[in-house]
Design a protein around this ligand. Structure first.
Ligand code: SF4
Length: 351
C-alpha cells in the first residue's frame, strides 16, 4: 500500500490529528486518544488503539498509517553509550545511502537521546563525518520523533533529555524539527520539559531569528568552534554566509529577548582553534554573551588534525574557568563505537 503524508498519524500535532479525525466524521476526543497512544504509549500498531471501536480501527487501517523507522543495527560502548543505525527509507534518488543514526547517552542523572534531523548534511564542517556523506534530504517529523520512541522501547527506560545534535543541520529542516520538539514536549505525549530539549545549529542566522521571534521554549546551542572571525570560515562553511560577528549579535539578542543562556559548543582542535590567543578570544565572547560553554575534544581525523592531549585541554579550559565562565569538558562518550560528537556516519551499518 502506498502511504501518503496525510495518512501518517505519527508526527502529527494534536490539532492536525483533530483535522484528520474530523475529516473521518469522528469527534475531537478521538484525536487526543490517538495522540496519547502514539506519543505517550508509543503504539507500534493501530491494533493498540483499544479504546477505538472495531469499525473505526478498520477505517484507520484503511485510511491511516503508523510507520516505523527500522533499526538496521546497534552497537554498545563500554561506557554505556549505544549507537543505533536506522533505515530512513527511500529519500533522494539513489538507494545506496539512506542511513541515519541516533545515540543513547547515559550519565548518573540523565538518559539522553541524540537524534538526527537530515540524511547527511550540506554544511561540511571540517571535523564532522556527517558532512562528508552525500546529502539525501530532510527527515519527516515522524522519522525524527520515532528515533526517540524506538530507543525508549529498546532500552526500556524513560528519556530525560533529547538533543538535536545527530546528523544534519536542524535549522535546515526547521519546520519538521520544531514540530518534533513540540510533540516530544507535549503533556499528552512524553511531556519532556522544554529545557530538556536542545536544538543545536551551526549558525543559520535567519532560523535563529525565527526561533527568537516565535519564542520557542527549547534550549538553543550554537556550534561555535572558533573564536576568531577571520578563521572560523576555514573550518565551517556556514561562517562564510553567516559570519561570526553577526552570529554573536543574534546570540545576544536570543539571551536578551528570551532571558535565557545560550550554549556554545566548541570542538577543540590543536593548532587550529586552541592555544592562549583563542582561549582569550573565547573568554571575550563568553563575557559578552550570557552563555555556557561545552568543550569537546576532536574525535575525528578527517583533515589529519590530531586530538588534543589532556594537558592541552586542561590549559584551554583553565583559561576559561579563571575568567569565571561556566565551561564543561563534555569528553567523548561512545568514541570506541564511533558515536561521539562528529563521528556519526563514520561507520554506518558496516562495522
Ligand atoms: S557538525 Fe552538524 S552542521 Fe556541521 S557538518 Fe556535521 S552535522 Fe552538519
Amino acid at each position: 500500500m502506498i502511504v501518503t503524508e496525510e495518512q501518517v498519524l505519527k508526527g502529527k500535532s494534536l490539532s492536525e490529528l483533530e483535522r484528520f479525525f474530523e475529516a473521518l466524521g469522528q469527534p475531537r476526543f478521538r484525536a487526543s486518544q490517538a495522540f496519547r497512544r502514539i506519543n505517550r504509549h508509543l503504539a507500534q500498531s493501530l491494533d493498540e488503539f483499544t479504546e477505538f471501536p472495531k469499525a473505526l480501527r478498520a477505517t484507520l487501517a484503511d485510511q491511516g498509517a503508523l510507520p516505523e523507522l527500522p533499526v538496521v543495527k546497534s552497537v554498545l560502548s563500554e561506557d554505556g553509550t549505544e549507537r543505533f543505525v536506522f533505515d530512513a527509507g527511500h529519500l533522494g534518488r539513489s538507494e545506496a545511502v539512506r542511513e541515519i543514526e541516533a545515540v543513547w547517552l547515559v550519565s548518573p542523572r540523565r538518559r539522553t537521546v541524540c537524534i538526527s534531523s537530515q540524511v547527511g548534511c550540506t554544511l561540511n564542517c571540517r571535523f564532522c563525518a556527517t558532512g562528508t556523506m552525500v546529502y539525501r534530504g530532510n527527515l519527516e517529523t515522524w522519522q525524527i520523533v520515532d528515533q526517540v520512541y524506538e530507543l525508549i522501547r529498546r532500552k526500556g527506560e524513560a528519556v530525560t533529555n533529547v538533543v538535536f545534535m545527530g546528523m544534519g543541520e536542524p535549522f535546515h529542516n526547521y519546520e519538521n524539527v520544531i514540530r518534533a520538539a513540540h510533540i516530544l514536549h507535549h503533556p499528552e505525549g512524553l511531556n519532556l520539559g522544554a529545557r530538556h530539549i536542545t536544538i543545536s545549529t551551526a549558525g543559520v542566522i535567519p532560523s535563529i531569528e525565527r526561533f527568537i521571534k516565535d519564542r520557542e521554549p527549547f534550549n538553543l546551542a550554537i556550534s561555535l568552534n572558533h573564536a576568531n572571525a577571520a578563521e572560523r570560515g576555514a573550518i565551517m562553511d556556514v561562517d562564510r554566509k553567516y559570519p561570526l560577528d553577526k552570529l554573536l549579535e543574534v546570540a545576544r539578542r536570543y539571551t536578551r529577548t528570551l532571558d535565557r543562556k545560550i550554549t556554545f559548543e566548541y570542538v577543540m582542535i590543536p593548532d587550529v582553534n586552541m592555544g592562549p590567543e583563542n582561549a582569550a578570544r573565547l573568554v571575550k565572547i563568553g563575557r559578552s554573551v550570557r552563555c555556557k560553554i561545552n568543550l569537546i575534544p576532536l574525535n575525528t581525523n578527517l583533515q589529519g588534525w590530531r586530538r588534543p592531549t589532556a594537558a592541552e585541554i586542561e590549559e584551554f579550559q583553565s583559561t576559561l574557568l579563571d575568567a569565571d565562565l561556566p565551561v564543561f569538558n563534555r569528553g567523548s562518550p561512545g568514541k570506541d563505537i564511533d558515536a561521539a560528537c562528529g563521528m556519526l556516519a563514520l561507520a554506518g551499518a558496516t562495522t
